[in-house]
Design a protein around this ligand. Structure first.
Ligand code: FE2
Ligand code: FE2
Length: 196
């Protein structure tokens, strides 16, 4: 087993009432999962990679459903900022699905994973710098909490911890199509927004 401990929602019992804080924590979780994939092998790497794919899919879908639409109308220049972020997300999704077709032990896997990591982390930095700071300034705690609730509903679909018995057959459970996961995430987010 890896020595890395990826923090998971609920670990600290923090209510995650601020959507910006929550998304920045997810950026950290994504960074840790990239480390975990790079530093492991075999079944352990496959399992960590599946968790990474799920979290990325769920994180970006929640941003696209909740945060980008809000940012687009919340501050001056928001529309352009969001357009740039969406273009980065589309590019990352393409790299991700190319990577998803490769076996995690394929010699091509790590170089492609590192390229994805660079893109994903640049994208996350751009969100934090050009979008998230403005979101905090443009709204109130109630709205930050409503958006956080919707992002949490999405996050519930992406476990960041290893499956129990990762060295056994559990790691070989199919990931399932990423597109289907994104659709389920969209439904969960929309439901949470409606009830928020
Ligand atoms: Fe994003
Ligand atoms: Fe993000």
């Amino acid at each position: 087993m890896s020595e890395l401990h990826t923090p998971q929602a609920g670990d600290d019992h923090a209510p995650d009432l601020d959507v910006v804080g929550l998304l920045m924590r997810q950026h950290g979780d994504i960074r840790n999962l990239f480390d975990e994939v790079e530093q492991s092998k075999g079944d352990e790497r496959r399992d960590a990679f599946h968790r990474l794919v799920r979290l990325l899919a769920v994180h970006e879908t929640a941003e696209e459903e909740v945060v980008h639409p809000f940012a687009g109308r919340a501050f001056e220049g928001g529309e352009q900022v969001v357009e740039d972020r969406l273009a980065e997300e589309r590019a990352a999704k393409e790299t991700l699905s190319a990577l998803d077709d490769l076996d995690t032990d394929d010699p091509e896997f790590l170089p492609k994973l590192r390229a994805l990591r660079t893109d994903v982390q640049e994208h996350a930095r751009a969100e934090e710098r050009y979008e998230f700071t403005h979101i905090r300034r443009s709204t109130d705690v109630t709205n930050l909490a409503t958006m956080a609730k919707a992002v949490k509903a999405a996050e519930a679909m992406a476990p960041t911890r290893p499956h129990p018995g990762v060295e056994s057959a559990a790691a070989n459970v199919a990931l399932g199509p990423v597109a289907a996961l994104m659709d389920r995430t969209k439904d969960a987010v929309r439901k949470a927004m409606k009830n928020g």
